[in-house]
Design a protein around this ligand. Structure first.
Ligand SMILES: O=P(O)(O)OC[C@H]1O[C@H](OP(=O)(O)OP(=O)(O)O)[C@H](O)[C@@H]1O
Ligand code: HPA
Ligand SMILES: [Mg+2]
Length: 175
């Protein structure tokens, strides 16, 4: 069955904002190498586009975590399905996420990664949904603040579908 999707942020706006974020990050990390950590699966589209817009040297690694399963609410239990391949000790780490919603995922991840002694650690998210926050998470770079609606596209899924949409949409008709 397929749901109805309403466009919330069109493709051109997403692309333009990612270029701006890339410029800002390049300025802030001038003279350094930034180590991007992609939070799979949702973060992968954003990370690829963002990395192309960063002009300082970039390295990258991937971690796969999840707490939503096929539903629209966080289970509260964050599961690591794949850890990083490399050490982050003394690296300028920038975590790249698609969305901060309840904050459960990033609260947990930041706690885990801080113990590995990076030189610095910041967070960049394409979307921030502050109305749903239950855990406090500091966002350093944000693409868009969005209202309390379940969104898909640009890596975000509903029951694993719609990640490949090139825009941010709202799934209509969910309670
Ligand atoms: O702030 P939170 O309420 O924790 O929600 C945000 C997290 O939830 C989603 O991941 P999900 O668990 O759906 O895994 P996925 O990226 O594989 O879809 C999303 O990609 C974030 O990682
Ligand atoms: O609004 C959302 N959409 C898809 N996945 C999510 N994970 C947390 N919030 C969302
Ligand atoms: Mg998901």
């Amino acid at each position: 069955m397929s749901e109805k999707i309403r466009v919330l942020v069109p493709e051109e706006k997403v692309d333009e904002r990612i270029r701006e974020l890339g410029r800002q990050i390049s300025e802030d990390y001038a003279g350094k190498q930034v180590h991007l950590i992609c939070v799979l699966k949702g973060g992968v589209f954003f990370m690829c586009e963002l990395a192309k817009r960063i002009t300082v040297p970039v390295s990258m690694d991937f971690m796969c975590v999840g707490s939503y399963g096929d539903g629209t609410a966080s289970s509260g239990v964050v599961r690591i399905a794949k850890d990083l391949d490399e050490s982050i000790e003394n690296k300028e780490v920038l975590i790249v996420e698609d969305i901060i919603d309840s904050g459960n995922t990033l609260y947990y991840l930041i706690d885990v990664l801080k113990k590995r002694n990076p030189a610095s650690m910041r967070l960049c998210t394409l979307l921030d949904k502050p109305d749903r926050r239950v855990k406090d998470v500091k966002v350093d770079y944000c693409g868009f603040e969005i209202p309390d609606e379940f969104v898909v596209g640009y890596g975000l899924d509903y029951a694993q579908k719609y990640r490949n949409l090139p825009y941010i949409g709202v799934v209509e008709g969910l309670e």
